[in-house]
Design a protein. Structure first.
Length: 329
């Protein structure tokens, strides 16, 4: 790839053709956000604007405002957010993605397309103008409430999808554990009951495959959650939808959304259907031929997968701004 995160990308040129990448919940680091907010006035400005709208929803839902906490002298740690009221962590992640997106739009230009993975679908649809920031925040909180009734966990495996399925078989867990997310040919996330996940993780280690339990107290992308998906879809139907300003590529749908898609149902699909990054990424790259791709999150796991998927001599650079300390906002 023509990118060196240690050196930074240089000041982003205006009007470059970019694609914004919206990750799920498994790679959220509040410390990366806090560090970037302390060093970038542009990012702080975007955060004030975004969290000003999100905090109105937080208060509406009986939650404390996040903006003053994140931007104040004593910002929360990851542990603080994890132990906060249900939905606070999801609002923080949604707000972070929207903040990065807004700051990138201010410093460069609006993206020609967005790619969404799992929870990132809410922020991606908001970035594309399908939902307002406030309704996006409401949907994020709705999902957080639903996830409390989605028992289980998620584990990341450093192998191909085919190898992951073999591990499930060898662990005797194929009936309970499913492939939830395929990031690339070296990154798969599986979901299921925690006891079955433990067997899968042991089998993976015995097979020289790295297995990491995600720090999330729920499962997702599992067919057992049809009831929860229906509940979430019903809540999202209450929010107005506008036409997208740019194409939204869904790793769960496996394509760009169409104007006639029932977005509430498609968002709810993230609870029961798997997400596959490579296919939609190839579609977006071939259709829009971006000059650069940016991960709108706090980590760089999605950016790393994108670099692997688009690993050719002519591939555009991929950046994870909040994971690059010298990113020039």
């Amino acid at each position: 790839m023509h990118t060196n995160p240690a050196r930074g990308p240089g000041r982003p040129a205006r009007r470059r053709r970019s694609v914004h990448l919206f990750p799920g919940q498994g790679d959220f680091s509040v410390s990366s956000l806090v560090r970037a907010l302390r060093h970038s006035g542009a990012l702080r400005s975007a955060a004030r604007e975004v969290f000003g709208q999100i905090d109105a929803v937080a208060l509406e839902r009986g939650l404390p405002p996040l903006g003053p906490w994140l931007l104040g002298p004593r910002p929360p740690s990851g542990r603080d957010l994890a132990h906060a009221a249900t939905g606070v962590q999801q609002l923080a992640l949604f707000g972070t993605s929207m903040t990065v997106h807004q700051a990138l739009c201010d410093s460069c230009a609006a993206p020609v397309a967005v790619v969404a993975v799992s929870f990132g679908e809410i922020a991606a649809l908001t970035a594309a103008g399908c939902l307002t920031v406030r309704d996006g925040a409401r949907a994020a909180h709705d999902l957080a409430l639903v996830l409390t009734s989605c028992p289980g966990g998620l584990s990341a495996l450093s192998c191909t999808e085919r190898s992951a399925r073999r591990l499930l078989e060898r662990a005797g867990a194929a009936e309970d554990v499913v492939v939830a997310v395929v990031g690339d040919d070296r990154s798969v996330v599986v979901a299921g009951p925690v006891t079955a996940l433990a067997r899968v993780e042991k089998t993976a280690v015995d097979s020289a495959v790295t297995a990491t339990r995600l720090r999330l107290p729920f499962a997702a992308h599992h067919p057992a959650f049809a009831r929860q998906a229906a509940e979430f879809a019903a809540s999202v139907r209450a929010y107005a939808r506008s036409a997208a300003r740019c194409p939204v590529y869904s790793a769960v749908a496996g394509r760009a959304y169409r104007p006639d898609d029932a977005l509430a149902d498609r968002l709810a699909d993230c609870l029961v259907l798997p997400a596959a990054v490579p296919d939609v990424l190839h579609q977006a790259a071939a259709r829009h031929r971006p000059d650069v791709l940016f991960e709108a999150g706090t980590g760089d796991a999605l950016a790393t997968s994108v670099r692997r998927v688009l690993a050719t001599g002519l591939a555009p650079p991929v950046h994870a701004p909040l994971a690059e300390p010298d990113f020039p906002w």
